[in-house]
Design a protein around this ligand. Structure first.
Ligand SMILES: Nc1ncnc2c1ncn2[C@@H]1O[C@H](COP(=O)(O)O)[C@@H](OP(=O)(O)O)[C@H]1O
Ligand SMILES: [Mg+2]
Length: 251
């Protein structure tokens, strides 16, 4: 398979199908089911990448990191199962993330949401239409660890909070027009956001750190603890709300 986008979509879909199969047939539940899903999806993705792109580096939540990726031109940044908690609870808000970073930039991202039989990817996603200026704002937020920045952003936008699992599902929700923004802080890793951020950028959305600086991928430290993904017209108010909260010293 020579086309990176076609390969990335195939990988995300295949890992999603494997995760559904494990949940169906393993007889496991809770933590053991999450662990089994993580391992099965990682094994499948690692095998397919080794087969189809043996020369590329890989950064994965479920594999040991290697400094070799820092000198590589091409790095697949993958989260075989984002929203492990929700997966193991039998819910649908979990995802598979497959991104490709090349020469300093994300060039592709696919987010599979297998519980909805859906794969979104940066090569085919449609632009998110501009919203009406006075329309109510919905803000996606972690259902299990909502960060402290949630409340000032909610208040500034007079937003309705929409709790969901998985960074990929929340960013896909902005892309799908189900919510207008997603804000996270306090901890996350490059694999949690690389693929969905590539998707969001291709859909014309704003993506940045919560201080407004760019999200940088394939950095030496996989830690990338915060981000904002939103309709472009909401970026100013959201970043101002976060900055105001910081100035107030409570975030
Ligand atoms: N404070 C934190 N520190 C580290 N990782 C965090 C985090 N908050 C969220 N995450 C990770 O971000 C992803 C989405 O989280 P949430 O569903 O709470 O929004 C999850 O990835 P995984 O499920 O791949 O571990 C979760 O582990
Ligand atoms: Mg994750």
């Amino acid at each position: 398979m020579r086309d990176d986008s076609a390969l990335g979509v195939m990988l995300a879909r295949a890992a999603g199908e494997e995760l559904l199969r494990v949940r169906e047939v393993s007889g496991l539940e809770g933590r053991a089911l999450g662990d089994a899903g993580d391992a099965a999806a990682q094994a499948l993705l690692a095998g397919l990448l080794a087969e189809h792109r043996p020369g590329d580096a890989v950064l994965s939540e479920e594999a040991k990191d290697s400094a070799a990726r820092l000198a590589a031109d091409r790095v697949w940044i993958i989260d075989p199962l984002d929203g492990t908690r929700e997966y193991s609870e039998g819910r649908a808000d979990w995802a598979v993330h497959v991104a490709l970073w090349e020469a300093g930039e994300l060039v592709f991202g696919a987010v599979a949401i297998p519980g909805e039989d859906l794969v979104l990817d940066s090569s085919s996603v449609a632009a998110v239409p501009a919203g009406a200026p006075d329309a109510p704002v919905r803000l996606a937020v972690s259902r299990s660890r909502p960060p402290a920045v949630t409340e000032p952003v909610r208040a500034a936008l007079n937003a309705e909070l929409v709790p969901m699992g998985s960074a990929g599902v929340k960013i896909a929700a902005v892309v799908r027009g189900q919510v207008e923004a997603y804000v996270h802080a306090g901890g996350q890793y490059q694999w949690d956001s690389a693929a969905p951020v590539a998707l969001a950028r291709a859909a014309g959305l704003h993506t940045s750190r919560i201080d407004g600086s760019p999200l940088v991928y394939n950095g030496a430290d996989p830690y990338l603890p915060d981000l904002v993904v939103c309709r472009p017209d909401l970026a100013g108010p959201i970043l101002a709300a976060v900055a105001g909260e910081r100035d107030g010293g409570t975030a």
